[in-house]
Design a protein around this ligand. Structure first.
Ligand SMILES: Nc1nc2c(c(=O)[nH]1)N[C@H]1C(S)=C(S)[C@@H](COP(=O)(O)OP(=O)(O)OC[C@H]3O[C@@H](n4cnc5c(=O)[nH]c(N)nc54)[C@H](O)[C@@H]3O)O[C@H]1N2
Ligand SMILES: Nc1nc2c(c(=O)[nH]1)N[C@H]1C(S)=C(S)[C@@H](COP(=O)(O)OP(=O)(O)OC[C@H]3O[C@@H](n4cnc5c(=O)[nH]c(N)nc54)[C@H](O)[C@@H]3O)O[C@H]1N2
Ligand SMILES: [Mo]
Length: 760
């Protein structure tokens, strides 16, 4: 670990700093040579899809493209370090519970199936056959299939996801919580309501034609580095880029300006003007409403702002929205957004000037109580100028995990549509469960209340990724059985049910072989609905590893028999799984042929063709009032309280911590830091470098604390603070969720500070 320090970062994102970091990670993984070979196969037609993020790939098949964080993701998986049965004999579960997330995963790749022994408090080896039997026995013993939970992380490819949902549904439940429930759920809900389809409408090519690109609540310099390249190219050809972000993110400032307001920034060959606005946490809906106010006023004056033809032909509900917009005062807008009328007007000016605009957004918009209506307000703005379904324009919810969007397409959803279930029934000839299942937050409630007793996780780190860590851990511990299909050791493995299994699997970079010895192909879908293939190039980390599909089909065979599905045929050749998918899911005809084309294929999006399957065929404006108060306004009224956002550092992938540096924010050698506004520091009497404990809302009697965070002064609006997830998840009450999305409000957490009792 490097020495703890904080500093001012003045360099552009990427550049030499990234190169230095890449070589360090390659060296640390202890197998640099094979890793360099792996990098050359990243996102190539005969190589593998980067497990890093879901950003689209411009020239899949022709360009050599990788980013610093893609390198980290790959080296993390291809490490030479191993977690063997000897390791588990040496360390008890209680002992490992004292380790942090970095230390757990840094032990290396899991190598053998393990079963928890409560008497010794150690994991012990178990054969694959016995592990499959144990899972089938536990599932068979439940009174009701709805007592089982089948969790999926977006790391899972389409083929694993297909088998998993089929197993769960043929067993009899729609209990399929997934990481989407904590991520872009609000985007899906808002887009579905407004436009009739929950996915983004743009293709990567649209970024080449946009005249303006707005990003709301996202940090692409760290989380979607390849997107930064796309933005940079756009900026170079004169596209205006506007960032709305509560923090001054250096990664975004490479092309947007460090100053608070409009300024010129040099980027590449030309000069571009970019705007960087810092709304208060949860203030984006008010900001968008302010922009709408400007647009309506200008249109009344000069008549050429609104695309009246588009609105008349394709939309419904404008008058109601206009009324609400006009009824909202600038005072409320400024108070809630934390931005001035002038700032909002400058953003509106950019939007009015542009004849093709893309709105991108990520977790800064989706993890608030009012996320769904916020995203609808953005869609309202797009509709007003006809910015959906024309080149260079549209919606772009920037997804997280490399296949999180694909998993949903495969039916990993606790509320499947009747149409999807009908198609499954027609294909397999048996009834499917119709009752909706539970999402992530409701899964925790179900386990807590004794209504769910078996938890099976396909990838991910449920105990650590979800909110209210202590409540969640207690809930998981009450299960009869917890199972994790994983590549690396994580906290969830240590939160055992009475019985518990760790099942190690082959990773994305590794060759998964067919029954005939040929390499299997897997497929993923990116943020732009492009479906493409991926196959590994490395030898699996251990001979004992099994593929996800192998593990799931073996359990299915034992639990359900082979009458409805010939499970062995699915694992023998994933082409067979893809034939099943093609037979059920619209858009996947000739799946096996089309996915072998160099760029794969596009699933299409109705919005891109100005079709809006909302029932009326029209896109809907939303006329929601601004929330009466957002959390940061409420916290202002409580002496000593702040609103905390929980976010990612540059050296992590969700709960996977690669290291302790957050380069662009000037943090080195540590993660226990809290970023505070200078005025708040004065108000609360804390100084930079001092240690504080974070205390969450305990009004329901549950103590919520995260101790010992170092104060770092940072450029963010007063009343708003930031600290890294997952260390801060104990602070988020389980019941603090978004309206309609049920997503934990990870970007608006009520906290107060106490001076740390532990010495520095
Ligand atoms: N290297 C790396 N890549 C990743 C991941 C990773 O952990 N590491 N995670 C993947 C996943 S699953 C996801 S979902 C994505 C996440 O990608 P992001 O959404 O970029 O991730 P966060 O770190 O949560 O950053 C949220 C950003 O929104 C800003 N923000 C917070 N609240 C508000 C608000 O109310 N308004 C505005 N305007 N801004 C706000 C924060 O300052 C921060 O810049 O990245 C994916 N890619
Ligand atoms: N406070 C707070 N909480 C959050 C968020 C936040 O911003 N703030 N973000 C939320 C978001 S957006 C998301 S998406 C979730 C993420 O939630 P998850 O997807 O559940 O978590 P990850 O950390 O991505 O999972 C990491 C684990 O996945 C396993 N793994 C990695 N690769 C593979 C593979 O190829 N196969 C298998 N089987 N296993 C693999 C490894 O064992 C690793 O330990 O967290 C959410 N939680
Ligand atoms: Mo995510």
């Amino acid at each position: 670990m490097s020495k703890e320090r904080t500093f001012e970062y003045h360099h552009p994102a990427a550049g030499w700093g990234a190169l230095k970091s890449v070589s360090r990670f390659l060296l640390q993984s202890r197998v640099p040579v094979t890793n360099v070979r792996a990098m050359l196969k990243l996102n190539q037609p005969d190589g593998f899809d980067c497990p890093g993020c879901a950003w689209g790939d411009p020239e899949h098949g022709s360009s050599f493209e990788f980013c610093e964080n893609g390198v980290k993701a790959v080296t993390w998986e291809t490490t030479a370090k191993r977690v063997t049965p000897r390791f588990f004999a040496r360390y008890s579960v209680s002992e490992m519970k004292g380790w942090d997330d970095f230390r757990l995963e840094d032990q290396g790749r899991l190598t053998s199936p393990m079963r928890y022994n409560a008497d010794t408090n150690h994991y012990e080896p178990i054969s694959w056959e016995a592990a499959y039997d144990l899972m089938a026995d536990h599932l068979r013993a439940l009174d009701d299939p709805n007592e089982a939970l089948f969790y999926t992380s977006g790391k899972a490819c389409n083929e694993s996801a297909w088998v998993f949902q089929l197993l769960a549904r043929l067993y009899g439940t729609n209990n399929m919580p997934d990481c989407s429930n904590m991520c872009h759920e609000a985007s899906g809900a808002a887009l579905e309501d407004a436009l009739g389809s929950g996915k983004g409408s743009v293709l990567l090519e649209d970024f080449e034609q946009a005249e303006a690109i707005f990003t709301f609540g996202q940090n692409p310099g760290t989380n979607h580095p390849r997107m930064l390249g796309t933005l940079r190219e756009a900026a170079d050809r004169g596209c205006e880029i506007v960032a709305f972000n509560t923090l001054k993110e250096r990664g975004l400032e490479r092309f947007a300006d460090p100053q608070r307001m409009l300024e010129m920034a040099r980027a590449g060959s030309g000069q571009i003007s970019s705007l960087y606005l810092c709304p208060a946490l949860g203030g984006d809906m008010a900001a968008a409403r302010g922009m709408a106010k400007v647009l309506f006023e200008r249109d009344a004056q000069q008549g050429n702002v609104i695309d009246h033809d588009f609105v008349a032909r394709h939309t419904d509900g404008l008058a109601d929205w206009q009324q609400v917009v006009e009824a909202t005062s600038w005072a409320d807008i400024e108070d809630q957004s934390g931005l001035s009328r002038d700032e909002i007007t400058s953003a509106a000016e950019v939007y009015m000037r542009s004849s093709a605009t893309i709105f991108c957004w990520a977790m800064g918009l989706t993890q608030h109580e009012h996320s769904v209506i916020t995203i609808r307000e953005l869609v309202n703005l797009l509709l007003l100028k006809g910015n959906i379904g024309k080149p260079g324009a549209g919606t772009c919810p920037v997804r997280g995990h490399s296949n999180v969007q694909g998993d949903r397409t495969m039916g990993i959803y606790e509320k499947p549509s009747p149409g999807f279930l009908d198609a499954l029934e027609a294909y397999y000839g048996v009834p499917m469960p119709r009752e909706h299942g539970v999402d992530t937050v409701d899964s925790i409630r179900a386990m807590r209340d004794g209504k769910a007793r078996v938890f099976i996780g396909l990838a991910g780190n449920f105990a650590r990724a979800t909110s209210d860590s202590e409540v969640c851990e207690q809930a998981l511990s009450g299960c009869n059985l917890t199972v994790h299909i994983s590549t690396k050791l994580n906290r969830s493995h240590l939160v055992t049910g009475r019985d518990a299994l760790i099942l190690p699997c082959i990773g994305r970079v590794e060759v998964d072989r067919k029954a005939d010895g040929q390499a299997q192909l897997i497929t993923v879908e990116d943020s732009m609905s492009m479906v493409h293939g991926s196959s590994g190039i490395h030898k699996p980390a251990s001979k004992a590893l099994r593929s996800e599909v192998e593990i799931l089909t073996q359990v299915a065979e034992r639990l359900l028999g082979n009458e409805v599905v010939d499970w062995a045929s699915l694992r023998a050749d994933y082409d067979v799984i893809r034939e099943h998918i093609a037979g059920v899911v619209p858009g996947f005809n000739d799946f096996n042929q089309r996915v072998r084309e160099p760029r794969g294929f596009w699933l299409g999006n109705p919005g891109a063709e100005r079709m809006f399957p909302t029932g009326t065929g029209l896109a809907r404006f939303s006329a929601a009032a601004l929330p009466k108060q957002v959390l940061h306004q409420k916290m202002r009224e409580r002496t000593g309280w702040l609103t905390l956002q929980t976010l990612r550092s540059h050296d992590q992938y969700n709960t996977t911590v690669y290291g302790y540096n957050d380069r662009y924010r000037g943090v080195e050698g540590q993660r226990q830091v809290i970023f505070l506004n200078e005025q708040d520091m004065t108000r609360l009497g804390v100084e930079a470098g001092e240690f504080v404990d974070l205390i969450g809302d305990d009004s329901d009697g549950q103590v919520r604390r995260a101790n010992h965070f170092k104060v770092v002064r940072y450029d963010t609006p007063a009343g708003c603070a930031a600290a890294y997830y997952p260390e801060t998840n104990p602070l988020i009450p389980l019941d603090s969720v978004g309206v309609r999305s049920n997503t934990p409000n990870s970007k608006s957490v009520a906290i107060r500070l106490e001076r740390s009792r532990r010495l520095a």
